[in-house]
Design a protein around this ligand. Sequence first.
Ligand SMILES: [Zn+2]
Length: 715
Amino acid sequence: MKTCKDPYERFMLHHLQYYGLFAGRDTPFQRSFSPDRSWEKVRRSRHSDIFPDSDDSGSDPADDDTQTRRMLFSRPPEQVRVRSKQLVFDFDGDRPKPRLSEPRGLFAILSAAASHQGVRWPVECQVIKDEIRHIEWEPAEPEPFYQSTGYEQMPMPVGEGRGKVVFCIDSATKSPFYTRSRVGGSRAPAKGPAFCEAGGDGTALAFESRFQSGNLQKAVRIGVYDYELTLRTDLYTTKHTQWFYFRVRNMKAGVTYRFTIVNLMKSRSLYCLGMKPLLYSERAARDQGAGWGRVGSDIKYYRNQSEHGGQALYSLTWTCQFPHEADTCYLAHCYPYTYSDLLRYLTAVTSDPATAVHCKLRVLCRSLAGNAVHVLTITSPSSSRAKRAVVVTARVHPGETCGSWVMQGLLDFLLSDAPDARLLRDTFVFKVVPMLNPDGVVVGNYRCSLAGRDLNRNYCTLLRDSFPCVWHTRNMVKRLVAEREVVLYCDFHGHSRKNNVFMYGCDSKNGAAPRLQSRVFPLMMSKNTGNQFSYKSCKFKVHKSKEGTGRIVMWKLGITNSYTMESTFGGSTLGSRKGTHFSTKDLKSLGYHFCDTLLDYFDPDTAKVHQCLMELKTLLRQEIRQKLGKEVDSEGLSSVSLSDIESSTSGSNSTESDGLPVHLIYGAQKVTKCKKKHLKTRKERNRLRQHQVQSTVPKIIHQDIKAMYLLPPLR
Ligand SMILES: [Zn+2]
């Protein structure tokens, strides 16, 4: 019997077989029961695409049962590895107790309340059961930057020696590399963190971070209201602290608390330019409808005299008061946007007929942990192959939550009934990947995936199983380019050192016209969002070190307008918004302006583009005159090297390219070690020595890695 992938089809198949109506030919069945293709697509996506824990295999449940039974009874208990998702395990001490999972409704879509339940975590991660959600809110007035007084305190780390550890979770490098995942993380019930309050007076703050995107490693109480905090580094790395998000309870109202994060690694930060941390109070949300707001005084970012692996460490310190007694509050670097937030959003847009009709949701691939990476296709129903395509992606860097808010603004608009949105859908096919690195988002990483590497340096990778999210995205774009003209690619990011919003593009050396052309879209963005977007901050140089980024790889696939859009974690220094933070509404409005600018750029009346080209000529010539002191005419614009006029990486948020995935490196070392163990005779040792002299080290490592790579992927 042919198996059906779709749970609905599977159900119908059984149903019809039961009544003797189906004889095994599934094609007419599909045809006769699928009069409306668009509904079918929506329904399919609801079932198999949104559920991140849905069975990948798509096998028949009856087969699953037989298989499960066979496996359960043919192996000793310690070897039993059940593949069926219908059995779930509770634990009685160490003893697993199997039970059947709750039946899933036939047309059930991901319920908003359960969207966190199917999320996959590395198997060693402890996760608390609480579902964490925040309300969306807009402050009445834009929130001003912090004004430095020059008298801010700069407390130096004192550590556990002179304080009391009040919160500590397992180390980030508990296992050296990612091995496998599990829905909900560690099997062991989440115990209290290593809590050293014995003999305490009960007035210590209760910290927690074992939830999606949380990343507090340790809190040490060094004064009655003074806490020293350590952030967890990106999983399986020892770097990339920047993002923070944690919960506090047991606070007193009207008391000034000081928090100092002591293991930050960047030498510069927006906290030096007036940015304030964010606070969310559950009481304030419930009683006043207030959400995330900027807080803090005595804010200082500074080098702190300690180091980590030879690298200088920096501290961020601030003081703040909590609005209510015995409240539950959260502190964060930027407005959180978790994987569950995305799932809830996708559920909402695909279950509302008004928006579902404009989009098709699919799973592009599974991440390393098995979380779904979604792709939305948004267009109007038409079979025209002549439609050009636009590709938009976000959250390759998990800590850059601003990218998700911009993305949500873009999707809200594209799926709306606004005439301009309709026009965009009639003109283009949009391919949207809203969260490229769900695993990183889930575990609270700032920069990396579970391969311990920056995905945005690995778009050229051949290692599909190690970097599935970017491998499949590049492949999708490759196919799209072969099928139709892809006119624009943009990847949404957040920027940690510069205010405003700006873009990185790719400068062409093939004459003045393409050089100017790639600058038109960013210039138009700055005209449409004058008090948020800074054209001056845009860069167009194609750095060698950035060759693995989405922007450069897509550009090399032939997409001339290939950009990274950086939205600051802070706020604006422009126009009427000068000196104020961005809210989620501001970030979402950028998504709308991005769409608006697309219409300007592709307007059949080219007057606006023409005007921008004229302006750009003047701007570029001015820049050359200022930087190089020479005059060039329009034709000479392409002869000047960008290295001479762009201030290199000063604006960049870059990390160095960091090589192979951690598990492969670790595996290669292990293979080499194992080989040594098997050598017994002098003859064998001599032969090896000879071999080592002859061959170069990279060759050995390469072979070992190849050997590792031929093994089944570590899942
Ligand atoms: Zn980024």
